[in-house]
Design a protein around this ligand. Structure first.
Ligand code: ADP
Ligand code: MG
Length: 590
């Protein structure tokens, strides 16, 4: 009952051929994919010397009959597809039927396999593409492949390999990727006789992440799940403020296949752009599922890169799902510190803390950020580090918070107590967030009012900056500045936006010019330029109130929580930190 078919030449040619095996990790990838395709629930990977001396992949999958085993080593022999149209329905990792023959042609290749129900297993040995023997062997159902002396016969290829340590890092990364995408299978990874990880079957991706990346990373992540119009996204994303210096920890999958996708990584970066400082990247393990026909996995021979038929739909969906989750977290964090109701629930003190900052407008800026809504009722307190509680939301509670003001520490940190713990609010960061959103709103909806300066501020610039300024003068004038050119490279600031302290005018203008030089106030994208202007202003040029009375602190919290993103200031620093009583009890060893 042979299930392997030979692809016709026509089909074979339609599938871009290419170098499948470029380094030891590519061997591991192909073999592990085959094991998963064979339905294995236990996969063991062992390698030595960065994989060039020895790689063993052993599974308890379907195994192969002798005929199939022999056929599997023929070029374009695959049991996984028969026609080009099948490419649109791919549910397996493999489809080219190229991996085994390619590997066998550049290494010593030993295969042992037993298909369930067969009496004897099959052993096949091939050395550098030359057939050595086929014979019976005893083994349990499943397949074991040992690849040794990789590239021995191809010195040119061998020369391109990096150090053992580098090759080994690639292998480890590769096995982790697949272990993550298939938590239901037990994985073992052994390097030079030492176990890198042993992960039993797991129920969730989060468990698997904890197993192979460590508890700490697992706890810094939030589960995310969303479905919409044939697209499903699930996985784990990092909390705001948790970032990495490189993009390598944004790990993405499409239909369980680990992929490199600009669409997905840009969507992630974009979702976090206010939540992480510049140059930091989120961590993520994201699984996107969609109709295989809507994605092209065949653009790269090693199949890491994918293209979506509808890039913008995928991008918008991912951004929306991630942002929704992060915003929900805002609700949750507040929910961890809920109010008991009754006398503890105070009405918001009237504003007055922030001149000109009225109640938050109901209509927020355009999607994808709907307005933040505080939770309705106090959910049960959550244990420290425990998963997230989603709270129901209600307008009636907008006027209340569970935070009871205790006092101000160090002139900076407002301390609140709640029924669930204590909260430390960074006053400055909170004001910055509130002002940032306030200004963005203003820029987008109204002309910014100008206050004329009694004494205009003279500014002298170099020639390049002069040109830049002249170029964007209209933009600045549309946003509350009155700047007149008088003389070569000389300007006079005659008016500034009403929210600015005139004493800050020159310093702020220099910030703006700096941003201009860095190309941040681009004329190409008005929204981006406005974001940047609001960011600069909220961080540097907005006068923060002196007052620290209880009413003022309560009002600040109210304003913060009417922001679209209350958790971080405009450059991704946290606005508050909370400690639950259970966490405190743990620390005090109660
Ligand atoms: P592809 O995966 O693209 O089909 P491969 O060269 O990787 O091509 O494998 C060829 C065929 O060998 C597969 O289609 C499958 O039928 C069989 N095969 C390979 N590895 C295994 C395994 N571990 N268990 C069962 N069958 C396997
Ligand atoms: Mg394969």
């Amino acid at each position: 009952m042979s299930t392997i078919r030979i692809l016709s030449d026509r089909v074979a040619n339609q599938i871009a051929a290419g170098e499948v095996i470029e380094r030891p990790a590519a061997v591991v990838k192909e073999l592990v994919e085959n094991s998963l395709d064979a339905g294995a629930t236990r996969i063991e990977v062992e390698f030595r010397s960065g994989g060039r001396a020895y790689i063993r992949v052993e599974d308890n999958g379907s195994g192969m009959t002798r005929d199939d085993a022999l056929l599997s080593l023929e070029r374009h022999a695959t049991s996984k597809m028969a026609e080009t149209a099948d490419l649109d329905r791919l549910v397996t990792f493999g489809f080219r039927g190229e991996a085994l023959p390619s590997i066998a042609s550049v290494a010593r290749f030993e295969l042992q396999t037993l298909s369930v129900g067969e009496e004897a297993g099959t052993e096949i040995l091939i050395n550098g593409g030359r057939f050595v023997h086929v014979r019976d062997c005893g083994r349990p159902a499943g397949t074991r492949i040992v690849v040794s002396q990789l590239f021995n016969a191809v010195p040119a290829r061998r020369k391109f390999l990096k150090s053992d340590a580098t090759e080994s890092a690639h292998i480890i990364h590769c096995v982790r990727l697949y272990a993550l995408s298939s938590p239901q299978a037990a994985f073992t990874l052994i390097e030079d006789g030492r176990a890198i990880f042993r992960s039993p079957e797991c129920h969730t991706t989060a468990e698997r992440v904890a197993e192979i990346f460590g508890r700490q990373i697992a706890e810094a992540m939030l589960p995310v799940e969303a479905t919409e119009a044939g697209l499903t996204l699930r996985g784990l994303i990092s909390r705001p403020g948790v970032g990495r210096a490189t993009r390598h920890e944004m790990i993405t999958y499409v239909n369980r296949r680990p992929v490199d996708s600009r669409t997905l990584s840009y969507a992630l970066i974009e979702s976090y752009h206010e939540l992480l400082p510049k140059g930091r990247y989120p961590l993520a393990f994201l699984f996107l599922e969609l109709d295989p026909a809507a994605v092209d996995v065949n653009v790269h021979p090693a199949k890491r890169e994918v293209r979506f038929r509808n890039e913008s739909q995928v991008r918008a969906f991912v951004i929306r799902s991630v942002l929704d989750r992060l915003r929900e977290l805002g609700a949750t964090v507040q929910a961890v510190a809920p109010v008991a109701g009754g006398e503890a629930a105070r009405a918001w003190a009237p504003a007055g803390v922030m001149p000109g900052l009225g109640p938050p407008p109901e209509s927020r800026m355009a999607a994808p950020f709907p307005a933040y809504r505080p939770p309705l009722a106090a959910p049960a307190p959550v244990a420290a580090g425990a998963a997230v509680v989603t709270a129901p939301r209600d307008e009636a509670l907008r006027a209340k918070t569970g935070w009871r003001y205790v006092g101000l520490a160090h002139g900076v940190y407002a301390l609140f107590e709640t029924d669930a713990g204590v909260v430390l609010l960074d006053r400055r960061a909170a004001h910055e967030r509130v002002w940032y959103e306030r200004l963005r709103e203003q820029f987008a909806t109204a002309r910014v009012a100008t206050q004329r300066l009694l004494l205009p501020v003279p500014v002298e610039l170099d020639a390049i900056t002069t040109a830049l300024l002249l170029d964007r003068l209209e933009f600045l004038q549309g946003h509350g500045f009155e700047i007149a050119e008088f003389g070569r490279n000389f300007f006079r600031v005659e008016g500034v936006p009403e929210w600015m302290d005139p004493a800050d005018a020159e310093a702020f203008l220099r910030d703006v010019l700096g941003a201009l030089r860095e190309g941040l106030l681009t004329a190409k994208d008005l929204d981006l330029a406005r974001d940047e202007l609001a960011r600069l202003a909220s961080l540097r040029a907005v006068r923060l109130p002196e007052g620290t009375s209880e009413a003022e602190m309560q009002a600040l919290v109210a304003q913060l929580f009417s922001c679209r993103q209350p958790l971080a200031n405009p450059i991704g620093k946290p606005t508050f930190i909370e400690l639950s009583y259970s966490e405190l009890a743990r620390r005090f060893q109660r």
